[in-house]
Design a binder for this molecule. Structure first.
Ligand code: NAP
Length: 284
């Protein structure tokens, strides 16, 4: 997501990315303080996180250090400097037992270490600063880094058979759309003086299973004459055991974001098509 943020052009604001390659380690408050002092921002966006959902089960200290303690320290710094903080969080704070899409006021009840560390990170941010906007997003894909869409694309090249979980449903979201939305929210906070703060769900329109997303990736490839796996089949969560349990339903209701900031994201299929165009245009 950090790379998508860095590529988003805004009429009135500049994104300045700072991360580990610049000496900013979110688990080291002094390095965060130094980076904020050097950049002198009007608003801070925290897109750093420990996101290895399965590995977190065996590395809870690392997950909590980055997802709870780092945001707590950052929020204390932004509070002292009177800067608004936009903090990214996740659908995995929910346990998935709700039959309907989750709204912001639903009680978090994470199933694993990653979700717990993110839920506690949200609480730490809320305690440290009232000037926060927590954006829970979900099922993020982009042309950059490692993500489900890129994995399916690779498997389409390599495998004769691909089996994908069809009984988990969520809200696929393009990182580029998140970046544009964050820009629009930041502009309203800084330029328009929007006063509303709190927790919001930010996700692509439409819902899907992982099987649906994989199917869309393969359809985009087929439309371009590219290889797809000869056998593509749906499996259940029980047939694909992982270290961390995942919510069966993590669809996010984004009404509050639309009504507050006028921000809606495109349908995931539309954004997936754009991401596939970007990916398949790359030289191999
Ligand atoms: N990916 C998803 O499907 C998903 C779903 C829901 C919510 N989210 C949330 O969205 C946000 C962004 O996630 P993402 O998908 O962009 O994750 P990601 O691809 O794993 O990126 C994590 C980022 O954190 C940075 N980072 C790691 N350790 C750091 C440290 N000690 N100090 C400073 N930066 C550090 C990484 O920097 P390097 O480049 O140096 O490694 C990277 O830029 C997170 O809050 C995540 O919880 C993601």
């Amino acid at each position: 997501m950090a790379r998508s943020l860095g590529r988003t052009a805004l009429p009135t604001l500049d994104f300045i990315n700072r991360g580990r390659s610049d000496g900013l380690d979110l688990t080291d408050a002094r390095s965060v303080e130094a980076a904020v002092a050097a950049v002198g921002p009007d608003l801070v966006v925290n897109a750093a996180a420990y996101t290895a959902v399965d590995r977190a089960e065996s590395e809870p200290d690392a997950a909590f250090a980055l997802n709870r303690d780092g945001p707590a320290a950052l929020a204390a710094i932004t509070a002292t400097r009177r800067l608004p903080l936009i903090h990214l969080s996740t659908d995995y704070v929910f346990d998935g037992s709700k039959p309907d899409p989750y709204v912001e006021d639903d009680e978090p009840s994470p199933l694993g270490v990653y979700g717990w560390s993110k839920a506690e990170g949200e609480d730490a941010v809320r305690r440290a600063t009232g000037d926060h906007i927590i954006l829970r997003t979900a099922w993020v894909y982009s042309p950059f880094g490692a993500n489900f869409v890129k994995t399916m694309r690779r498997l389409a090249e390599e495998r004769d058979e691909v089996a994908v979980v069809a009984d988990q449903v969520g809200s696929p979201t393009a990182a580029g759309d998140i970046a544009v939305a964050i820009g629009a929210i930041a502009e309203q906070v800084l330029v328009g003086g929007a006063a509303v703060r709190g927790t919001f769900h930010l996700a692509g329109a439409g819902t899907a299973s992982w099987f649906d997303v994989a199917g869309a990736v393969f359809a985009e490839r087929a439309a371009r004459g590219l290889r797809v796996p000869p056998v593509f089949r749906a499996i259940t969560t029980a047939e694909y055991p992982t270290a961390a349990r995942r919510p069966m339903n993590s669809r996010l209701d984004t009404t509050r974001l639309r009504e507050t900031f006028g921000v809606t994201l495109p349908h995931w299929r539309e954004s997936l098509a754009a991401v596939m165009t970007a990916l398949e245009a790359e030289p191999r």
